[in-house]
Design a protein around this ligand. Structure first.
Ligand SMILES: C[S@@+](CC[C@H](N)C(=O)[O-])C[C@H]1O[C@@H](n2cnc3c(N)ncnc32)[C@H](O)[C@@H]1O
Length: 467
């Protein structure tokens, strides 16, 4: 969505209704609606077709008494959601015919009920920018992502066949490094249907516990098994029995070649991972999330099984623009990892709202053009940090070291280079750890050593030991 500081924003006429902790904004034409919180609604109400995004941020910063960086984060996030839903536009547009208000409220209320989950961002992560909790556009997306013709059973059948008989035409925008494959049997390598090498980009340390979601014939689990070493653990989860059978069959050969057996495979769904909370240091997935009909529970589950300061490295296909409905209903294209693809912006939004921070695109490669739409393979990394102490200020400061003149984190903290900014205990712990480690100097108060809220083992220590 092309918006920048100078963009002037327009909005439809709407009415606002407070409803059980949400504010429902109902466009007068009855076609569009969006649910957000009071801050989100307040920001959207100030859009007037006159002021630029930057001017809106200044005005919100003043009225909400927020520092500019956090105000920018809030206005930018909710404005992009509203743009995606068509409640806000970058061009003036005609208002449709007005429906009766009671009819509007009943219609939007019923739709809101039917939206899966409440859509709130994960508050334990500290990310709490006002966002669209639900809207007619999200509803349409969910409905379109769950067309009657495509469900788990179809994907299972598709990849059951691809496990029985390798299908070279399904492969692959990016190949794993040949050096990573020397211990892996050919029946596994022939059934590689990934679109990146998340394990190769994950900087795995010996002793870590890794989990590959939608592990297929097991290629990324076996690559990880070598990096984690005999003290580690490399887990794979997949729902397709024929894929699991190939992986289980190859496991003794891999163990023999490595001299130890740390790979394990479980039957299960990405949406309900069969593992306890906080037992994994690294979650990977390779061309799988696009296949899930409902993406939200997948990211929530990733966050749940990760230990604090653990990381997710996800390779997936993304679409340049939202995939049109007709294409989403194409079963074959769904199985080929095309129809269910998110845009890169939506992928990042899903990760952020699940609580991941420090997001970084590690690799992007062009994959295919289908019906005039361009598709890319991307690998994105994000970290988990669970807030422990809330906003407790003990006099700690964080000084950003550069190379940029200033930087802003996901919570809207603004750090000019070389300036000591007071931070809470949680933010201090977060900035000490990956991926920010080394970019900030954290100074402790002169007196009273603060309690250690950090759960992150420094890089060279055995991971996963705390919390
Ligand atoms: C495109 S293949 C990729 C396999 C493997 N990651 C690789 O790189 O070769 C997708 C795999 O994800 C599995 N899968 C798709 N959706 C799933 C879900 N909701 N839960 C569990 N497994 C799923 C399929 O069974 C299939 O093995």
């Amino acid at each position: 969505m092309e918006i920048h500081a100078e963009t002037v924003l327009y909005r439809s006429s709407w009415t606002a209704h407070a409803d059980n902790g949400h504010v429902l904004l109902l466009a007068k034409d009855g076609e569009r609606w969006l649910a957000t919180d009071e801050r989100g609604a307040g920001i959207l109400q100030t859009i007037d077709g006159q002021r630029t995004l930057e001017q809106l941020v200044h005005s919100y910063a003043g009225s909400a008494r927020q520092p500019f960086a956090r105000a920018w984060l809030h206005v930018d996030t909710i404005t992009r959601d509203a743009l995606r839903s068509g409640m806000v536009a970058t061009e003036p547009g005609p208002d449709g015919e007005a429906l009766g208000e009671d009819a509007l409220v009943a219609r939007a209320g019923a739709l809101l009920q039917s939206v899966n989950g409440d859509g709130r961002p994960n508050q334990r992560s500290g990310f709490n920018a006002p966002v669209a909790l639900a809207s007619h556009a999200l509803q349409a997306e969910i409905e379109a992502e769950q067309p009657a013709e495509v469900d788990h059973g179809d994907v299972q059948e598709f990849y059951g066949n691809a496990a029985e008989e390798p299908q070279a035409e399904l492969c692959c925008p990016v190949q794993p490094a040949p050096a990573d494959l020397s211990h892996i049997p050919s029946e596994v390598v022939e059934r590689f249907y990934g679109c990146g090498s998340p394990v190769g980009l994950a900087d795995i340390r010996p002793g870590e516990a890794t989990l590959d979601l939608g592990s297929g014939a097991g290629i990324d689990v076996f690559i990880a098994a070598r990096y984690v070493g005999p003290q580690g653990r490399a887990v794979g989860v997949d729902m397709t029995p024929a894929m699991l059978a190939v992986a289980q069959g190859a496991r003794p050969k891999v163990a023999e070649r490595l001299g130890y057996d740390v790979a394990e495979f479980h039957k299960g769904y990405l949406e309900k991972i069969p593992l306890p909370d906080k037992c994994i240091d690294l979650v990977t997935s390779n061309c799988v999330i696009n296949l899930a009909p409902d993406k939200r529970p997948v990211f929530a589950e990733m966050w749940r099984v990760l230990r604090d300061c653990g990381r997710a490295v996800v390779s997936d296909i993304v679409a340049e623009k939202p995939v049109p409905l007709a294409m989403r209903r194409n079963k074959r294209l769904w199985g080929e990892c095309i129809s269910g693809a998110l845009t890169e912006e939506a992928l990042a939004a899903y990760m952020e709202r699940a609580g991941f921070y420090g997001l970084q695109v590690l690799r992007r490669t062009f994959w295919r053009e289908v019906e005039g739409q361009r598709f890319f393979s991307v690998t994105v990394r994000g970290y988990k940090f669970e807030k422990q102490a809330g906003c407790t200020y003990l006099g700690q400061t964080a000084t950003y070291q550069g190379p940029f003149k200033a930087t802003v984190d996901e919570e809207g903290h603004f750090f000019p280079r070389g300036v000591a900014v007071e931070v809470c205990t949680d933010t201090a712990a977060k900035l000490r750890a990956e991926p920010f480690e080394g970019s900030f100097v954290i100074a402790e108060p002169a007196v009273d050593t603060p309690p250690d809220f950090s759960c992150c083992a420094p890089k060279n220590e055995t991971p996963g030991g705390c919390c």
